[in-house]
Each structure stands twice: as C-alpha cells, then as structure tokens.
Design a binder for this molecule. Structure first.
Ligand code: CA
Length: 532
C-alpha cells in the first residue's frame, strides 16, 4: 500500500489530478457533454485467450482493436474470483464483506448504492442486457433484459422489467448483442447512455455456436507449462482443489456420450446440482432444437467415435481432455470477439466513436489448463487477473499499455469520474481516469487485497483465503479448516510453483508483506474475519 513516485512522474514533476484531463494526446476536440459508456463484459474469459495479451491459442481482432485504439491494462485484478461477488463489486466499488456477496449463495441487496443508479440520477440512460446473476432484479436501469440465473447458451430465456420471461431461438452471445443494438437504437440521442452488455460466454460448459463448431478442428493447441503440476509445496491448498481437467465430466463438460466412455469419471462440481442442472450430456443437448441438434451431431458424433476407438489413459487422456475443453472454450470466445466487432461497427456507423468509452473485461480470469485446472477462485495469477482494455479517443491516446495495479473495485469510481458525478466516500476503489490521461498520479496503489470465501459449501473445494499482491510478491493465507501461508516471488517464479514462505532468504519480504496485508485489511475494513 505504501506509495512510490514513479520515475517518469519525477521527471514531469506533476501530481494527482482528480478531474478533467487535458486532451493533448487525443485526436479530437474537447468534449461537450458527458461520455457514453459501453461496458462489455464476459464471464470467465482469461487473458490467455486474448491475442493482445499474447495468447498462443487464439486471435481476437476486435478486442485487440479496443486495446490498440486505447489502453490495455497488464495488471488488472479481481477482489474475489467468482461470478456474483465480482459483479457486485463492479456495481458498488466495494469489497464482498461490505456489499454482501461473499459467494454465489448470497443475494444482492438492491437498495444499495451502485454506479448505474448514480449515473441515472445524473441524467444518463442506463441499461443492462445479458447476464446479471445477482438474484434480485436489477435496479438503477432504465432498461434491462437479463438471462435467468446462469442462462443457457442455446435458446435462452430472458426477463425484462415489467415483463414475463420469454424464450428466444438462437445463441446467447448473438442474442445479447442483438438486444444491445436494439437498446442503442431506441435511446434518446440527446442524453448520454451507459449500457452494460454482459455475456454468459465463455462460462462452463462451453457450448459453441454452430457456426464455430469446426474451428480449431485440425489444430493441436500448445500445452500450458504447468498442465502436470504436482502441487509440491502446495499440497494442502492447490493440491486439494477438485477442478483439474482430469475431474471434468466426460458428458457435461467434454460432450461425450455414454456409449463412448462407459463410466462417468467426472467429479468437478457440487453434490447439490439442484442449483443448476445435472452435469449430463442430455442436459446439455436437450435444450437444442432439431436444426441445432443436427449440427451438433455432425460435429460431436465423430469426436465420440474417435474417443472410443483410441481408448486413451493417463497423461494422454489428460492431453485429450485439455484439447477438447480448450477448443470448445475458444470457440465460445470467437463468438464474443465477433459480437464485440458488431458493437464497434455500430459505434462507427452512428458517429459515436469519439464520445463513447468502450470497456472490455471479464468478471475474472480462468485456468486454461494451468496447474492442470479449469475454473477460477484461487488468488493465483490466472484467476486473480482479469482482462481490461478501454477506448475513449477524446481523452485516451492510442497504444497505451499500463502496468499499474487496477481492480474491479475501480470501475464504479472510474465511470462516475468520467461522467463528472461525485464519487461517494463509501466507494473503496479509485478512478483510473488520470492513469490513462496525461497527468499521471504519482501515488497510485502499489499493492492489492484479495478475499475468497466459498468453502466448504461451494464447488471445487478451494479453501477460503485472503492475501496481498504487489508488483513482485504475493502472500496468501488459507484459513477455515486449515491455517496455511504461501509466499510467491513472481519475478523468480511466475508460474507460482514454489511456495517460499518458510525459506529464510524471504524472511524480510515475508515480514513486510504481513504488515502490508494488515494495513490493507484495516484500510478496506476487513478485520472481522471468521476463521471457522
Ligand atoms: Ca465468472
């Protein structure tokens, strides 16, 4: 948390600027009214599957376009790596223990302050389409049209305010974009808009659109370095999680039919599947219509036949599961990227580029085979990180890549800052408007705080933990039915394979991080932790 003045700021000799940023870098004149905000978010989209983040797996030209025409954040993090809590943090600018969503069982208190409410009060037209996942109905929006719960990939039902649930034929990512465009078409052009376009994809169980089923068919995707992690030095924490690719359901996750595998070996989930659907092939396939089933049969029947014939075991089976998982995941990402392209085209065609802030992010990161895993939850890099790219030509120069530590806590104050709406004292995040402008703050945060709660009742057996991350180090405390500390040196060990907490050469670092952690817990008012 202790601040250091960055070198280039030393040279410039300037300090924090909290309000309007000069537009020296921008290609257009000063703004005449608050900017529009187009906040596009997906669910579980990892940086490792975005080409501007150096992906070895996929090309995402439309997400890259936002980054190239604006800014990409290299160090963007989540406060609690799970869907509902992350969304509540984005809306409120607060940590889980204050907004009330510690895990996905909690229900959002819709009477609390959110940035859409404040923007709406300030004269914005506010809207959300897509995934909401906070159980109570959205408040603070002029228009909303949301999926029921997690929603379905194919032929999903949406609820809109004042209306009944209605089922639509088609693919969720395309439909959500259709509804976003309808909302933009119906807006009052005399008012600024703030539209949240929140996708379901690429959430488990990774069901691709028909048009992308055959992408990656002939590709052998590179294996992550840590696919066969043995969890040495982390056996009681990382080693206990039930989220290895080996734990995936052969049916639900990997789209295999019973005839192809005989005995289901998947365990990665929750005993209480009543909250969702049984993890079976039937529950995946039966929601498709006849035409969709035909396309799926044409694709997956061949895969099933080959799986049965090859009869893989051991590491070869794990590698096959990895390829099968990743290809479906990446196909879902292709739909996200092309639908972002549709929205960027809309802004081009309606002369909205200069006056619209476009953000793309995900509610958290995800494991794409790293440490042998899928899913999220841990404070390790792949799920702590969340992609974040942003474009606003009127204030943000092109081709910026920033290393400052930003968080999902910062969305609410950032949007309010751009709208020039006062940021309430209770908001715990910081606006990064000044980070991306010319007058950089010299006192930006130098560490972040994390807290995950969903244990023992949740999925995947990831124990409760909290921790601190600086630009180089990470200290984590796992608690509840364990009391274990981990320390990683991200410079020496970027894959976080070596817990050095007990190594004497790290004793000074360890002490410093303990102090930092305590300061952050006090700063964010997270001092009443229940340890059992
Ligand atoms: Ca998620």
């Amino acid at each position: 948390m202790k601040h250091t003045r960055r070198d280039f700021i030393k040279q410039l000799g300037i300090g924090t600027v909290a309000i309007s940023v000069p537009t020296l870098f921008s290609s257009c004149g000063p703004r005449t009214r608050p900017p529009n905000i187009l906040f596009i978010m997906s669910d579980d989209h990892a940086e490792q599957a975005i080409s501007c983040y150096g992906s070895k797996l996929i090309n995402t030209p439309n997400i890259d376009r936002i980054a190239n025409e604006g800014v990409r954040f290299n160090n963007s993090f989540v406060t609690n790596s799970i869907c509902g809590p992350s969304r509540a943090t984005m809306l409120t600018g607060k940590y889980s223990h204050l907004h009330g969503l510690r895990d996905n069982r909690d229900q959002f208190d819709d009477s609390q302050m959110t940035f859409p409410k404040l923007l709406q009060e300030a004269g914005y037209q506010t809207g959300i389409v897509g995934k909401w996942h906070l159980k109570t109905d959205p408040t603070g929006f002029n228009n909303w049209k949301i999926l029921r719960g997690q929603g379905r990939y194919y032929n999903p039902s949406f609820i809109e305010q004042g209306g009944e649930s209605r089922q639509y034929t088609g693919y969720a990512t395309n439909l959500i974009t259709d509804f976003a465009i309808d909302t933009l078409n119906d807006r009052d052009p005399d008012k600024p808009f703030c539209l949240l376009v929140h996708h379901k994809a690429p959430h488990r169980n990774w069901m691709p659109d028909i048009k992308h089923l055959n992408e990656f068919d002939d590709v052998e995707l590179p294996l992550p370095e840590t696919l066969f992690d043995d969890y040495k030095t982390r056996l009681a924490t990382a080693g206990q999680a039930d989220m290895r690719i080996d734990d995936m359901y052969l049916s639900f996750d990997l789209k295999l039919h019973k005839e192809a595998y005989g005995q289901e070996t998947g365990t990665g989930g929750n005993k209480n599947w009543a909250v969702n659907v049984e993890p079976t092939w039937e529950n995946t396939y039966n929601g498709l219509n006849e035409e969709q089933k035909k396309a799926w049969d044409a694709h997956y029947t061949k895969i099933n036949r080959e799986f049965k014939e090859t009869d893989l075991t051991g590491k070869e089976l794990t590698k096959w599961k990895y390829q099968q998982y990743m290809k479906d995941y990446l196909r879902c990402v292709l739909s996200i990227d092309e639908n972002i392209g549709r929205l960027l085209d809309y802004l081009d065609q309606h002369d909205l580029v200069e006056d619209t802030i476009v953000i793309y992010t995900s509610d958290q990161g995800f494991y794409l085979g790293e440490h042998g895993w899928y899913d999220k939850r841990f404070m390790y890099e792949e799920s702590l990180g969340m992609p974040l790219v942003m474009r606003y030509p009127r204030e943000i120069s092109r081709d910026q890549v920033l290393d400052e530590l930003v968080m999902n806590l910062d969305f609410a104050p950032t949007f309010l800052d751009y709208a020039e709406v006062p940021v309430p004292q209770e908001i715990q995040g910081e606006s990064y408007r000044s980070l991306v402008g010319i007058n950089k703050p010299y006192d930006w945060r130098t560490s972040i705080y994390y807290h995950y709660y969903e244990y023992p009742h949740g999925w995947h057996g990831v124990k409760r933990h909290y921790g601190v991350r600086t630009d180089r180090y990470k200290l984590i405390h796992f608690y509840n039915d364990v009391d274990l500390w981990e320390l990683y040196d991200l410079q020496e060990d970027p894959n976080e394979l070596n817990n050095v907490y007990d190594q004497p050469e790290y004793s000074a670092v360890r002490e410093r991080l303990h102090k930092e952690l305590q300061e952050l817990q006090e700063k964010y008012q997270d001092t009443n932790i229940e340890y059992s």
